[in-house]
Design a protein around this ligand. Structure first.
Ligand SMILES: [Zn+2]
Length: 175
């Protein structure tokens, strides 16, 4: 009975040059990279820039729409191009052990993907790991930064918060 309730661990793995690696999900690093990417730190046309911008688009769209049917359908149509290898690994492959070997799907990174597909693959890890629950978009006009914060947080930084207050005060003073 317990076995039926055993919740399989989620893990994203990829294979490159015959080796299997776990995909790391460090949301702080991803946020920092996305924010630097949209500011053009990697230029406009490099693969990094295009992938990070696309990832920013996915995240902002998710903040606005949530995981609606349309949203997931668009995501899945980009994800559709990712190829996977099927592995069966021993029962102790993960720390929480079951008795039977596990079935795994490992993304094939030996082949080149389009930037769209790659961004969708990155985004799919964030959304399924629940890493986007606290993600917001800065509400200061012109700042497109994303950040993690409590439900009522509005600004990505103190700078944006005080710029907003200065602007609001100026508007009040001039009216
Ligand atoms: Zn900001």
């Amino acid at each position: 009975m317990n076995k039926a309730l055993h919740k399989p661990e989620k893990a994203f793995l990829y294979e490159k040059d015959g080796k299997v690696y776990p995909e790391e999900v460090c949301i702080e690093e991803i946020i920092a990279a996305v924010n630097r990417g949209i500011k053009g730190e990697w230029g406009d046309t490099t693969p990094e820039a295009i992938i990070l911008r696309k990832l920013h688009e996915w995240i902002c769209r998710y903040i606005e729409e949530g995981a609606t049917e349309d949203f997931l359908s668009d995501l899945n149509s980009d994800l559709h191009h990712v190829q996977y290898f099927n592995y069966v690994v021993p029962s102790d492959f993960y720390s929480s052990q079951g008795e039977e070997p596990h079935c795994l799907y490992v993304a094939n990174l030996n082949i080149p993907y389009t930037h769209e597909t790659f961004a969708a693959k990155e985004f799919s890890r964030l959304i399924t790991y629940g890493k986007l629950n606290r993600i917001k978009r800065c509400q200061f006009p012109g700042c497109e930064n994303i950040f993690e914060g409590p439900p009522n947080a509005k600004w990505c930084s103190k700078t944006c918060g005080s710029k907003y207050r200065v602007r609001k005060k100026r508007r009040l003073d001039s009216s």
